[in-house]
Design a protein around this ligand. Structure first.
Ligand code: SAM
Ligand code: SF4
Length: 472
């Protein structure tokens, strides 16, 4: 049974992560917090004593998925209890932050609701759950919905209370450097769920980067809801921007690849643009969401930039790094988006040319200004626009992939492929690359000659002369 004891007994935790890379990072950090309590990760909720759902609130569908999963977990918990055991259920992440006590009201089987700023307090929350369980064993009754809640934005930073990171996946690691957002795009819940912008101090970031390299990281992806708004304090009191931080991370011996996401067009300063030209480890791939190609819609979204700023930015970036591949986020069907506005988005995509992109139908989020706007776009119109946009971006992605056929490129191998004997890695442009090869490739950067290009991936073989080359 899960009771948060620190007596070294082996306990098992299953963490399901929804949403963005920030959540992947947070799930790893929760694992780091739970490890000293004796928790080991398992692959299914059925094997676990503690299940954590690390949730996403960005679109309605994402948060509804959480409640369906909680329904299934409740059934598992009841089964366990009828056999004399138990299952502790925790909801973390942005749904926890946004809905708080409402979660326990809708699903009384939930034991813990913990917001993204309070993960370092998980041991304390588990101990509270354990105390309540002990009271019940002593004759008390469990009141439905008696879960423990922590959705504060505490004065202390969770980063100061988390243990050093212990997770590097196959040579690649995430490093969260910034959280929260002050931009208040009118469609977005992030400023409400993640709070105001906060940048971690430079020394803490560099120390974490060194720890990750020592644990085997070759690639570090710097993360933030608005990562290029980074303004971390250095030990001499100076404020560092992202460009300067990237240059310092690049100086750490062993760092071979640097990426960052997600950035905002408004925060791409000259130094960061220049870094794309003069930091060799900074990969030639940038995720730079534009959301829409219509100035009218961009204004209604409160993005603080227009289409022209985006074009000029792309020109500057490509002038310092001609092989830079771009990716973006797009929302179709924002309130008031007309056919002409959508045509502007299609034109922007055609003009810029993307190597990939995430496309979303606008989802009305309670509490955001967009939800109250008139002229909500009907679902069938949104769906038709989404299909047209995806077709265009899909054809650009295929063309980009095809442009790499015949090239030899370094690939960071991440995992076994779906087919036996296949290994999967990432190109500098974040394309998936498959080769026939040994599992020993995982976690290494090895030159690959690309033979074939597809819509979503490349395939090839380890280049001639490289130790992992397949026998002819
Ligand atoms: N900070 C990033 C930026 O400004 O581009 C984006 C962060 S957000 C977690 C990721 C993406 O979700 C956004 O870029 C946007 O395209 C999408 N998104 C956010 N709110 C949405 C909504 N209400 N409906 C549809 N998509 C949404
Ligand atoms: Fe959301 Fe806009 Fe902030 Fe990005 S910049 S997190 S889209 S409010």
């Amino acid at each position: 049974m899960t009771d948060g004891r620190t007596d070294g007994l082996r306990k098992r935790v299953f963490i399901r992560t929804y949403g963005c890379q920030m959540n992947v990072y947070d799930s790893d950090r929760m694992t780091d917090v739970l490890r000293p309590l004796g928790y080991a990760l398992v692959d299914t909720p059925e094997q676990a004593d503690l299940v954590v759902l690390n949730t996403c609130h960005i679109r309605e569908k994402a948060s509804e998925k959480v409640y369906s999963e909680l329904g299934r977990l409740r059934a598992t918990k009841l089964l366990r209890q009828s056999a004399g055991g138990d299952l502790t259920i925790a909801v973390a992440g942005c749904v926890a932050q946004a809905e708080g006590a409402e979660i326990v009201r809708r699903q009384p089987a939930v034991d813990i609701v913990v917001g993204p700023q309070a993960y370092h307090r998980l041991p304390e929350l588990l101990a509270q759950v354990a105390r309540k369980a002990a009271e019940r064993r002593d004759g008390g009754v469990r009141r439905p919905g008696a879960g423990v809640l922590d959705t504060e934005f505490p004065a202390e930073s969770k980063f100061d209370h988390l243990p050093p990171p212990g997770i590097v996946r196959a040579g690649s690691a995430f490093l969260s450097i910034q959280e929260g957002c002050d931009k208040f795009c009118t469609f977005c819940v992030v400023p409400y769920t993640r709070g105001t912008e906060y940048s971690r101090p430079v020394a803490a970031v560099l120390q974490e980067a060194r720890t990750l390299v020592a644990a085997g990281a070759l690639e570090i992806t710097l993360l933030g809801q608005n990562v290029n708004a980074y303004h971390g304090e250095a030990s001499d009191g100076a404020t560092w921007t992202l460009g300067r931080l990237i240059r310092s991370v690049a100086e750490i011996p062993g760092v071979e690849r640097i990426r960052y996401m997600t950035s905002h067009p408004r925060d791409m300063d000259d130094d960061l643009v220049a870094a794309h030209g003069d930091v060799p480890q900074l990969m030639p791939y940038l995720h730079l969401p534009v959301q829409s190609g219509s100035d009218r819609v961009l204004e209604a979204m409160n993005r603080g930039h227009n289409r022209d700023l985006y074009y000029r930015l792309i020109d500057r970036l490509r002038s310092v790094r001609p092989d830079l591949a771009l990716s973006s986020d797009f929302i179709v069907g924002f309130p008031g988006e007309s056919d002409a506005d959508f045509d502007d988005t299609m034109r922007l995509v055609a003009d810029v040319g993307f190597a990939s992109a995430y496309t979303f139908m606008y989802s009305r989020r309670p509490g955001t200004p967009g939800a109250a706007l008139p002229d909500q776009v009907p679902d069938n119109v949104k769906a038709a626009r989404l299909a047209a946009l995806q077709a265009l971006i899909g054809s650009q992605q295929r063309a980009f992939n095809e442009s790499k056929a015949g090239a030899t490129m370094p690939v960071l191998f991440a995992e076994a492929g779906r087919k036996p004997g296949q290994v999967l890695g990432k190109s500098p442009w974040l394309q998936s690359v498959y080769v026939e090869g040994e599992a020993a490739l995982v976690g290494r950067i090895v030159d690959v000659r690309v033979d074939d290009a597809y819509g979503l991936s490349l395939s090839g073989r380890v280049a001639a002369g490289v130790p992992f080359e397949a026998a002819a």
